[in-house]
Design a protein around this ligand. Structure first.
Ligand SMILES: NC(=O)c1ccc[n+]([C@@H]2O[C@H](COP(=O)([O-])OP(=O)(O)OC[C@H]3O[C@@H](n4cnc5c(N)ncnc54)[C@H](OP(=O)(O)O)[C@@H]3O)[C@@H](O)[C@H]2O)c1
Length: 339
């Protein structure tokens, strides 16, 4: 298998490259050379996919399969798909559940509508999810029934470059009372990037195509269980102090970012963790236990792993300010009903 990975040096793409090499593929990567070092055993081509002259470096090549992990602008993704149309047999595009306008308010399936964005939309023609939908159309224009459209859910694991699980692990490892958000029993739905990478390569080998909702099984953990996994993995003895959603919202704690993955259940979020993944499971997607993901991510951090920089060069914004966390915990201690 000759595989081209557009991206390949940060998180999901990096796992895809590692797994492809483990399987004995010949791997080419195309990226700007900013996010991480090239592996010596790949053919590394450096360039910015949004610059036609850079992309033209791919013109002499041919590949059995392409995995595109860094497509965010339809017009740009369209350029690569057109260039590769007759040079590659199959195109796996990493989209997102955000391509569905209904998500996260409602549960979605791979047949749920995606945003209206056209295949030639530019960077300012919509938000992240809208543009992901346009990118899917841009790939389909050139690859039609040779395209796998991977609508990924929340990705965790070693190399995570968003900083969600790394923030929690470091916070829990620091010990003491940890502000734990909401209801510990709320079911969640997470996927390890290594499982997604494996499945994309299985799909490339099988020539599997079409749209898939690609995340873990609904309820594969809960907030309580995976934060407990963080305590166990780090061995810190941290005490999780569970504070209800309403109290946190009243105290201006930001959902999703200040306490990563915290999404209070409400009309706008009811489908966050209830995506129908039956099509992907029937097509071979398998998920390891979230506990293993947490353990391996901590092992990576403990051994000196560092996060690849955010792709737009902005600073990391995950996690609550320590003073604010202390203040909210103190206010909760004096406000909570006596048991
Ligand atoms: N994280 C989540 O929870 C989540 C959820 C749903 C979907 N997704 C999707 O999953 C994908 C995750 O990707 P990843 O970051 O893990 O992949 P990755 O392939 O490991 O890293 C991104 C790669 O893209 C390259 N890149 C960025 N801009 C580029 C450009 N203009 N031209 C060429 N290469 C460029 C980066 O290298 P250089 O910087 O060196 O160019 C890097 O190699 C994204 O498409 C994201 O939308 C993520």
């Amino acid at each position: 298998m000759r595989l081209l990975v557009i991206g390949g040096t940060a998180f999901l793409g990096r796992h895809t490259v590692e797994e492809a090499l483990r399987r004995g593929y010949q791997v080419t990567t195309f990226n700007r050379g900013l996010s991480g070092p090239d592996r010596p055993d790949v053919q590394a081509i450096h360039g910015d996919r949004s610059k036609p002259a850079d992309l033209d470096q791919l013109a002499p090549g041919t590949w059995d399969a392409v995995v595109d992990t860094c497509g965010f602008v339809p017009a740009v993704v369209g350029e690569s798909a057109r260039l590769l149309k007759d040079r590659a047999g199959w195109y796996g595009y990493v989209s997102s559940l955000s391509a569905h306008p209904a998500w996260p308010a409602a549960p979605v399936t791979p047949s749920s509508p995606i945003h209206e964005s056209p295949p030639d939309a530019g960077p300012d023609d919509g938000d992240y999810g809208t543009l992901k939908a346009g990118c899917e159309r841009a790939v389909e224009q050139s690859f039609a029934d040779r395209a796998l459209l991977v609508r990924a859910g929340l990705l965790l694991g070693p190399y995570e470059n968003v900083g969600r699980l790394p923030w929690w692990l470091r916070r829990v490892a620091a010990g003491g009372q940890v502000l734990a958000p909401g209801d510990p029993n709320v079911p969640m739905q997470l996927i390890d990037a290594r499982d997604l990478a494996n499945w994309m390569l299985d799909s490339a080998e099988a020539g599997q195509t079409g749209p898939f909702a690609a995340t873990g099984p609904a309820g594969n953990t809960t907030m309580g269980r995976w934060l407990g996994d963080c305590v166990e993995a780090t061995g810190s003895g941290a005490e999780l102090v569970w504070v209800p959603d309403e109290f946190l919202l009243e105290h201006d704690v930001e959902t999703w970012s200040e306490l990563p993955l915290w999404m209070p259940t409400g009309p706008d979020t009811a489908g966050t963790w209830t995506v129908d993944v039956s099509r992907a499971q029937a097509a071979g997607l398998r998920s390891r236990p979230v506990r293993d993901t947490v353990r391996d991510t901590w092992a990576w951090l403990r051994d000196g792993g560092t996060l690849a920089p955010p792709r737009d060069g902005s600073p990391f914004t995950m996690g609550i300010d320590p003073d604010k966390e202390k203040r909210v915990l103190a206010e909760w201690a004096s406000a909570k009903p006596v048991a």
